[in-house]
Design a protein around this ligand. Structure first.
Ligand SMILES: Nc1nc2c(ncn2[C@@H]2O[C@H](COP(=O)(O)OP(=O)(O)OP(=O)(O)O)[C@@H](O)[C@H]2O)c(=O)[nH]1
Length: 397
């Protein structure tokens, strides 16, 4: 059985062309990610490279091989830059560019040699250029998007394919001479090496989609200013915790936090400083919480903390700790002036005997918060059972 190399070249050329068009359309329409541009360049460069290899019958073979090799090396370099950018958010280190420059010497040196030596040297150079992105994709990119594993895996196949081709051309030079009938081995090494590269580029596109999807999911559930859960997610998580606590017959707790006189902060120091205060407050609260606690921003300067298994004593301690943490946090105005803010907290412990809907429970804690405000602010008030049967206007100071 023979694998006809020009046919393989044509298939690869078409594969990279299709992917290039797909990347171009995707990048300009639905996924405007800068990191996809170098992958697109990999496609155009590889197409050009395979085009030169195909043109060997119409131009001096050594020149066609050299131009093809240069185009492929340019594409591989672009892809390396894309992998580094995607995984490490930076370009490859300076040593990589030095390596790239040094690799030009053996390629130019092999120009006058026979076909087997040219193939051997070119494949070794491409394998060496692909080692850094393969390492980065496997070592650092493996735990990123699941699709990025395709990139790491197929880059491995590419490097191994290239090394196999290097050795094969070395051991069986007769199979790699210009104008030689293609051997099965030569065809297979070629297929492994470059199909792997095409697979990596596809994997990269999938990983970019996955990253955008993750980001959108995050944006849909997180408050952009403070990094806490947003209103909808907090409510959903609260309903879930409430239901779970009831089923397991355990108490759960809810804290409603509202910054005191926050309007004055905005009026005195400006809205950007107000935003900064909200971020600092969120950070201070987060430092008091466990990973299993839920912390959300209900809107404006109002936050909620859900303790899925919080009892009365523990929640009181935590609420007081949060209150003092906020009180002690140094806030800074634009001019460097240090000031402090305080918070009022309404606390509700929902025992298994209480059957409340999520809205009733939130409203209950809200009444305790209202009382904390009307009793002078900067304090924690625990919701009493009698508050369940009053309206907020009826809650005494
Ligand atoms: N900087 C900033 N301010 C916000 C944001 N959301 C709401 N606010 C402001 O928060 C203030 C809330 O004011 P009020 O509801 O009167 O409450 P307060 O001044 O904290 O008074 P008390 O709650 O009664 O202690 C308003 O001035 C809002 O403009 C935000 O995202 N950033």
């Amino acid at each position: 059985m023979l694998l006809h190399t020009p046919t393989l070249l044509l298939v690869l050329l078409l594969g990279f062309a299709l992917l290039g068009v797909q990347l171009w359309l995707t990048r300009s329409a639905t996924l405007p990610r800068r990191e996809l541009r170098p992958v697109e360049w990999l496609c155009w460069s590889s197409m050009t490279g395979f085009g030169f290899f195909l043109a060997r019958d119409w131009m001096p073979s050594s020149i066609a091989s050299l131009l093809g090799m240069l185009a492929l090396a340019a594409g591989v370099t672009c892809f390396t830059a894309a992998v580094f950018q995607h995984v490490l958010q930076r370009l490859p280190p300076r040593a990589y560019w030095v390596l790239l420059g040094l690799m030009a010497l053996p390629v130019l040196g092999s120009l006058a040699a026979d076909g087997a030596v040219r193939v051997s040297v070119s494949c070794l150079v491409l394998a060496l250029l692909l080692l850094p992105p393969t390492w980065v994709a496997l070592r650092h990119g493996w735990h990123n998007e699941v699709s990025f594993r395709i990139v790491g895996g197929t880059l491995c196949v590419t490097v191994l394919g290239l090394l196999w081709r290097t050795l094969d051309a070395w051991w069986h030079p007769a199979d790699y001479q210009d104008g030689q009938q293609d051997s099965l081995r030569a065809g297979l090494t070629f297929l492994f090496a470059f199909m792997g590269l095409l697979g990596s580029a596809f994997g990269f596109l999938l990983a970019s989609f996955e990253r955008v999807a993750q980001k959108m999911r995050r944006l849909a559930s997180v408050d952009g200013l403070t990094g806490c859960f947003n209103h909808n997610t907090t409510q959903a998580l609260f309903a879930h915790s409430l239901e779970r606590a009831r089923r397991e017959r355990l108490p759960m707790s809810l804290l409603m936090l509202d910054l005191d006189h926050f309007k004055q902060v905005n009026d005195r120091y400006g809205h950007p400083v107000g935003d900064h205060v909200l971020r600092e407050v969120a950070e201070a609260v987060r430092r008091c919480l466990r990973a299993s606690d839920v912390f959300g921003r209900l809107g404006g300067e109002e936050f909620a903390v859900i303790l899925p298994t919080g009892d009365d004593a523990g929640t009181r301690v935590l609420a007081e700790r949060i209150r003092t943490a906020i009180e002690r946090t140094d806030m800074r105005s634009d001019t460097g002036q240090v000031f402090h803010v305080t918070v009022s907290i309404g606390m509700a412990v929902i025992g298994p005997q209480l059957v409340l809907t999520p809205n009733e429970a939130l409203h209950w804690a809200d009444k305790a918060l209202y009382q904390a405000k009307s009793q002078g602010r900067n304090r924690v008030v625990v919701a009493d059972p009698w508050m369940l049967n009053t309206t907020i206007a009826e809650v005494p100071s």
